[in-house]
Design a protein around this ligand. Structure first.
Ligand code: ACM
Length: 243
């Protein structure tokens, strides 16, 4: 998936170089890498040589713990890491949830935010990224539930941001565990238009040029500006635990 910013940004799926289904923690240990490891180092060379921003998911090892992480390597060689906060199902057996917050990072002409797959179920994530200034939200994914692609249209609309979901296709079978990924990677505009959509079954690369100014304009109608109309003083309950 590729969204044109000023530079091109390429988004790859979650855990793109390890596969998603781990049978045991030893497999994770063998495949996980530090953020200074081989994968990030080699892809940094690609980002610099091709003048690309790259976003991809990888298994990160840090202080003897493992994270389901996403890296943004900018065309200038900066590396930013996001550790998935909302772990899905068996991921909880192997990974620590990320405790860092959600940030928008500058690339040439835009700010990019990262979330990973199941983070979509928590609208707070996209809202915080948009409030931090993200105009493009990149979502490496290995989706198995059927609702995310539709939900990301809403996330784009309610935050007036572009979203890029790079999902996996096909089935992964390890031992007695098998998962089928939903494909349908997509790029969505701040108005919820699907600018590019891949199929469920075949590999594809979709290229879209976007006008970042659309995500800077937070007007919904001439009288409604998303940020001006927010009422944060009414939203304090959101910080409480559910009863
Ligand atoms: C998922 O979060 N990979 C479903």
């Amino acid at each position: 998936m590729l969204a044109g910013v000023t530079e091109a940004t390429v988004v790859l799926p979650e855990l793109f170089n390890t596969g998603y289904v781990f049978r045991n923690i030893e497999e994770v240990r063998d495949l996980a890498e530090p953020a200074t490891g081989f994968t990030v180092t080699e892809l940094k060379k690609v980002a610099l040589a091709q003048k690309l921003n790259l976003v991809f998911g990888f298994a990160e090892s840090k202080n003897r713990k493992y994270y389901n992480s996403s890296a943004l390597i900018t065309a200038k060689g900066s590396v930013h890491i996001y550790q998935k906060a909302h772990l899905f199902d068996r991921e909880k057996l192997f990974f620590q949830p990320g405790t860092g917050s959600f940030h928008a990072y500058p690339v040439e002409g835009a700010k990019i935010g990262m979330m990973i797959c199941f983070d979509w179920f928590f609208p707070e994530v996209t809202r915080i990224l948009a409030l931090d200034g993200a105009q493009v939200i990149c979502q490496p994914a290995n989706l198995v539930l059927p609702w995310c692609q539709d939900a990301m249209k809403t996330r784009s609309i309610e935050n007036r941001v572009f979203s890029v979901t790079a999902n996996r296709i096909g089935m992964e079978k390890r031992g007695n565990i098998s998962l089928t990924f939903t494909g349908k990677s997509q790029i969505v505009s701040p108005s919820g238009d699907i600018l590019a959509s891949a199929t469920e079954r075949s590999e594809s690369l979709k290229v879209v040029e976007v006008d970042i100014a659309q995500a800077l304009d937070k007007h919904v109608t001439p009288a409604n500006d998303l940020w001006v109309d927010r009422k944060p003083n009414l939203y304090k309950t959101i910080l409480r635990k559910a009863v």
